[in-house]
Design a binder for this molecule. Structure first.
Ligand code: SF4
Length: 123
């Protein structure tokens, strides 16, 4: 079980295996990725950062978000592996994904988190 200061819930990451990737699919949303993360991802995939941006990202003002694709009745991150139901760039996923489910937003929206993640339990 993982706990983090300031959060009134804990997270069991072993549940990710049975979940099917709810945090990477469902409603459309932003998946922010920084310039450093784009560079690292580019090195991993063998593409220059500019090509990563062109193929996989969308620009909003001066920030980048990972593109989504239609999936079931909603959307999935473009890096969501539909066959294995997990992240195809796991080691290079952005901070937003690494820090899930410990987001400020969920401190006040636990019910929403509960619908999205079977691995959390309120303390
Ligand atoms: S980058 Fe990986 S962990 Fe993040 S939303 Fe996409 S598939 Fe999920």
């Amino acid at each position: 079980m993982i706990r983090q200061d300031g959060f009134n819930y804990e997270f069991d990451s072993s549940k990710c295996d049975e979940c099917g990737g709810k945090c990477c699919t469902g409603e459309s949303g932003y998946i922010w990725i920084s310039e450093d993360e784009i560079r690292s991802l580019g090195e991993y995939l063998g593409y220059k950062p500019e090509l990563i941006k062109e193929i996989f990202l969308e620009k909003f003002d001066n920030k980048y978000s990972i593109k989504e694709k239609p999936y079931q009745n909603g959307w999935a991150c473009i890096f969501f592996d539909e066959k294995n139901k997990n992240c195809s760039i796991y080691e290079y996923r952005p901070k937003q994904c690494r820090t899930f489910p410990f987001w400020e937003h969920f401190k006040k929206n636990y019910k929403e988190l509960e619908r999205e993640c079977i691995g959390v339990r309120q303390l």
